[in-house]
Design a protein around this ligand. Structure first.
Ligand SMILES: [Fe+2]
Length: 365
């Protein structure tokens, strides 16, 4: 062996040693676990070109899984090279790299990472953007999510019978019909109260999810599970903000609530993002059992604006934050703790619900 060969061998050994020292990212699409899920962290709205100190707080909570709720980057482009480069900026964030090495990261998208502000079905690059998204989050080449001619919705079901957690990630972009705006004069008046420009769209063409996603969702809700976390990028229960949320499509929102009733699905709660503040909402009227929403936004970007929501419970939080759901399975009636935590990992807002409270009344079961 000459000097050059020995040097080459030495360098190869160094590279191999470095590979073994650097922990591999946890796969985003793990096999279902029979261990009960106890801690799920989530968040939204992360500017890829800004510092992201929040990740160390997320890691400190030792979640079983982190859910990206959308606006995971601010892509805002039809140029896929630009979109890939922006994902790469997220991928290079030191805190995010540590998160990837410590827990599973799963994701859905919202408008900015989809590619266009407040965009829907009309976005011309949605298929290409989907490929970039799935590549970044490590979706296998043969996954249903990748192969279907449709959105990126997907589900995870983990835990043993009696302690199963179903996580449903919806896609609110792929099939969404156009939003309806109020007049400029009305919007000018609304802005005084931080209310946005959108109002309800109804009729046969008003659509948030496509029929393929509705069929998939019905089948998923019929699968047995004790806790079902529905992740939707935009708020589900909030009412009166005028910004993007399910109330802009009231028939679609009612359809989902009716689907929960028809399938007899207990244990549902919603986690949502997009709003650049954090809060809880709760509905008790016209629903089979109290419906809760934990809205966490943003990981890096927030506005101190008291946007109205008639179903808000408690205050709003307007500094960087993430959400946490902790399930205490050891209690005879399991407790679900819903939390908002800040960049120091301090608990800034919380609500607790018992699993028995999230069940169908026997009359409609
Ligand atoms: Fe958004």
């Amino acid at each position: 062996m000459n000097k050059l060969q020995r040097l080459s061998l030495f360098l190869s050994a160094l590279v191999c040693a470095a590979c073994q020292l650097a922990p591999a990212p946890v796969p985003s699409t793990p096999a279902p676990s029979m261990d009960p899920i106890r801690i799920i962290a989530f968040g939204s709205c992360a500017e890829q070109d800004q510092p992201q100190p929040i990740w160390d707080a997320v890691i400190a909570s030792r979640p079983d899984r982190f859910v990206f709720l959308g606006d995971n980057i601010y892509g805002d482009t039809t140029d896929m090279a630009v979109l890939r480069a922006k994902y790469e900026q997220l991928g290079q964030q030191p805190g995010y790299r540590r998160l990837r090495e410590s827990t599973q990261v799963v994701a859905t998208w919202d408008d900015h990472d989809y590619g266009v502000n407040d965009g829907g079905a009309e976005y011309p690059q949605k298929a290409a953007s989907k490929a970039v998204f799935l590549d970044f989050f490590g979706e296998p080449a043969d996954s249903e999510r990748r192969l279907r001619d449709g959105g990126i919705y997907t589900a995870y079901l983990d835990g043993p019978p009696g302690r199963r957690v179903q996580l449903l990630l919806l896609d609110t972009r792929w099939d969404r019909s156009p939003l309806t705006r109020v007049s400029e004069a009305e919007y000018a008046a609304r802005r005084q109260r931080y209310v946005g420009p959108y109002t309800a769209t109804t009729g046969p063409d008003a659509r948030l999810l496509g029929e393929d996603q509705w069929s998939w969702l019905e089948a998923e809700l019929r699968r047995p599970a004790e806790v079902r976390i529905i992740a939707t990028s935009i708020p589900f229960l909030q009412e009166g903000s005028g910004w993007e949320n399910w109330s802009n499509f009231p028939d679609e929102r009612r359809r989902l609530i009716d689907l929960i009733v028809d399938t007899g699905a207990g244990g549902v709660l919603f986690i949502t993002g997009d709003t650049h503040r954090a809060q809880f909402s709760r509905w008790t009227d016209g629903v089979p059992y109290p419906l809760w929403e934990v809205n966490s936004s943003g990981l890096t970007r927030n506005y101190d604006r008291p946007v109205p929501d008639q179903y808000r419970v408690g205050d709003i939080y307007t500094d960087d934050n993430y959400g946490l759901i902790r399930i205490d399975w050891e209690k005879s009636d399991p407790e679900i703790h819903m939390e908002i935590r800040n960049v120091e990992n301090a608990l800034v807002m919380q609500q607790t619900v018992r699993l028995s409270e999230l069940q169908m009344p026997s009359a409609v079961r």
